[in-house]
Structure formats: structure tokens, C-alpha cells
Design a protein around this ligand. Sequence first.
Ligand code: NAP
Length: 479
Amino acid sequence: MSSSPPSTTRRPARVAIVGSGPSGFYAAAALCKQDRIPVEVDFYDRLPTPYGLVRGGVAPDHQNIKGVIRVYEKLARGDRVRFFGNVAIGRDLAIDELARHYDQIVIATGNESHRRMGIPGEDLRGVYSATEFVGWYNGHPDYRDREFSLETARRVAVVGNGNVAMDVTRVLAKRAVRLASTDIASYALDALGRSAVTEVHVLGRRGPAEAAFTAKEVKEIGSLEDADLVVDPKDAALDSESERWIAEHGTPGARRNVEYLLEKSREAPRGLERQVHFRFLVSPIEFLGDHGTLEAVRLERNELHLDSSGTPRPRGTGQTWVEPFQLALTAVGYRGLPIPGCPFDERAGILPNLAGRVRGADGAPLAGLYAVGWAKRGPTGLIGDNVADAEETVRHMLDDLERGIVMPRPGAPSPPAADGDDGASIQRLLEARRVRWVTFEDWTRLDALEIERGKERGKIREKFSSVAEMLAALARPAK
Ligand code: NAP
């Protein structure tokens, strides 16, 4: 561990943030707005584009949520922040190499994978994670080549009761024309335009009182112009465990969900062309299909029991049946992926940490390594929740800087670092490796091109959905 503060009048402290989604940007904001220690921030993102889930996750019909980008943009244009897009840590640069150029590294990579259900048939064609579907309609380069058999799927099962389940349900239940002017990928818009889907069944393993979705999201489904929200009164009614639980522990949001679903269960459907069925206390236990393709789902009725903390949990009753479904999207949560060279808690799918300080195998904090957002706490909370989360980590980072705790640099005199490093050495290293990094200026050009391409199609934006396309566009002379 080094022992003298790196930030002197000679140079500011140098921080690398790996990942440029909301949590990374809120960490940069907290670092830039404080006046304890001068800091310079470099973002690294494996994609040429910034903003993480705001670009690749937020649904195209929720443009208002994407307004946060304006704040991130202002920060990224500041003279203390640089963007290195198209640079993957663990592929183009090892974390140890990064460590030689920075006093501190913040992992802000979110949760790039999804939880599996762990039931038979999950790998059939026709069974996908909602993460893949979301990435696909949002033009994410990892998912653009996926196919979702929309032309042949009439009944779709959406498993899970979170806000991701609400997003994919809305996209499936809306007529494609309603999404036509958004930034949805055109290939997805075309495929949704050919969709045969008439019924979406949202399957909650617990009851309406325990649902994770927010009241705003469920009400949006209930107000769709192309689909009726159908709730069986038996499903909307609470069992005695939930009645007691919601009275004693229920949040106002959970109460609003219960009231709204009860109200909906009493309404007659409007007879619209599509139906969204909210069903509770039901779990898929097997995906069934011939020739590798989903045809049906075996379902089981659940009941609730209280665990040792008094929380209602689902338990199968043994009552099972089979229903036809041609597409199933599992929206049962995201999961983090390990970063080569960084500790990883396999069970929780996050970096093991204490309030943002990443811990080593012995449980002690590793000097100079931090985590924010979903990489720190797992896949919970809304975008805004990352503000306080990042501020907590940054407080510890500044405390550590003041105490001279920075990245150890094996084999180098202490602290060498970034001393005398004007920030150009990392660029020289990337150049030597022939890594074509994308600067924020480059991204600004891509952004303008996407908006221009969108205008031609009557959309607010037509995204580039492959890295090769993005680099080719940047290689063409600017008009
Ligand atoms: P989530 O809110 O954690 O919901 C996951 C859902 O999956 C829960 O209903 C959970 O049920 C269920 N589940 C887990 N394992 C299951 C299993 N084996 N079988 C059946 N159901 C299972 O996660 P998310 O929807 O992925 O969202 C992640 C975060 O992003 C959330 O904080 C969410 O609010 C946020 N988000 C917000 C928006 C928005 O603001 N519009 C949009 C998208 C996402 P249990 O409760 O029984 O565990």
C-alpha cells in the first residue's frame, strides 16, 4: 500500500471508472463536484457507446427516463473527464495494467447477464431471458442477431413480477406502430409488426402484495390502447398470509398494486385485440417442446408460507397442469459477470465489497479498488438510487486518498503511478496495442448520425447496433 497522498499540487488524483452506465456517471459526478481532492476521471466502456442500461435497457416507449443522459453528457464534456469507448477491461487491457496508470479504479459494470430459472427445458428455442429480448429491441450489439419467433407465437409467458417483466409485456402488447417513432431498433420494429401474439401471461410466483413492479408500471399496462389487462378475481384476492403481511409491512406502493389489481379484476375486458393476463401464485416447473422448440409450459400452483424473517415465500402445492405457450421470456433478475483479475462473489453475482470498498479473499479491502451500482449491490433499485450509492463509495475513495491509500503498483517505487503521468501514457499503451478507442467526441458524432438516420425514418433515433458499423461510420469523413 502506498502512503503519501497522490493528489498534490503537481497532479490531481487519477481515477478509472470501468463502465459508463448511470452508476459510473454518478460516481464521476460525485468525484467532480467535491472540493476535498482534485480528481481526473477516465471512463472505460467495452462498447463504443456510453450510458449502459439507459441506452440498452430502458424501454423505447419510456423516453422520459432517458432524459438523465443530458446530465451525463454535460459531465462527460467537462475537462476533467475522458471517455475510452470500445476498450474492454480483461480483453484489451488487464486490470493490473489499468492499475499502473491510476490511483483508484471503480468497477461500474452493472449486471450484464441474467439469472436462470434452473428448470428443465430452459434451453429450448422459444425460451429466452427478458435481458436478451430487451437488448434486442434496444439495438444492443450483443443481442441484435437474436430471433424471437414472434410471427408464430400466439401465447407468450412472461415469468417474473418485476419492472423488466412490465417492460417486455408492454412491448409485446402494443401494436408496433405505437413504437414506430421511438429509438427502437428498426429490425425489432419490423419483427414486432409481424407479431402473432394475442395473449401475454405474466406469471408471478407470489401474490399481488409481494409483486416487485411499481404501481406506475402496472397502471401503464392497464391503460394500453391495444390490450386488455385481465386479472382473475381469485388471483387478485389476497390469502391470509399476505393480508397480514401487507397490513404490517406493506409499502404504499405494494398497497397501490393490490388495490389496482383488485379494481381491474372487477372490470369487464374491453374486447381489445390483445390480452395481458396477470396471474399469481403460479410457477413454471418445466418448458416442454418437440424438436427443440417450446410448445407448452408445465405450471404449478403455489401457496405462501412465512420464512424465519416473517416474509411470505412461495411453495409448490403439487397441483400441476400444462398450457400451450410458443414463447417464454424469463424476467427473474439480472446477474453480474466476473471481471478478470477482480474478486467476484459467485453466489451474489457481485464484487464482494464493504460499502463500495472491494474486498480481497481475506475479507480486507483491496487498496484502490471500488464498486458502485449493481456491481456493488446487485440488480435492485431505479436509476436514481445510484446517486446515493455512488456518493457512499466516493466518500470512502476520498477518505482513502487522504490517507494515501491507492492502487499498489507491483514492482514500481511507491507511489510512481500516475506521478508525472499526464494521462497520455494510457493512450500510448492503447495505440501500441492497436486498440481503436472511441472518444466522447467520436460518440458525439455517432449520436448526431443516429439522430439523422432516425429522421429519415420518422424516428427520434436509429441506433447503430454493431460495433463494426459504428467504427465504419467514424472512419468516414464528417460531412
Ligand atoms: P426484480 O425487480 O428483482 O424482479 C424479479 C422478479 O422475478 C420478482 O418478481 C421475483 O419474484 C421473480 N423471480 C425471481 N426468481 C424467480 C423464479 N425462479 N421463478 C419465478 N419468478 C422469479 O428484477 P427486474 O425486473 O429484473 O428489475 C431489476 C431492477 O431494475 C429493479 O429494481 C427494477 O425496478 C428496475 N427497473 C426499473 C424499470 C422502470 O423504472 N421502468 C424498468 C426495468 C427495470 P420474488 O419477488 O418472488 O423473488
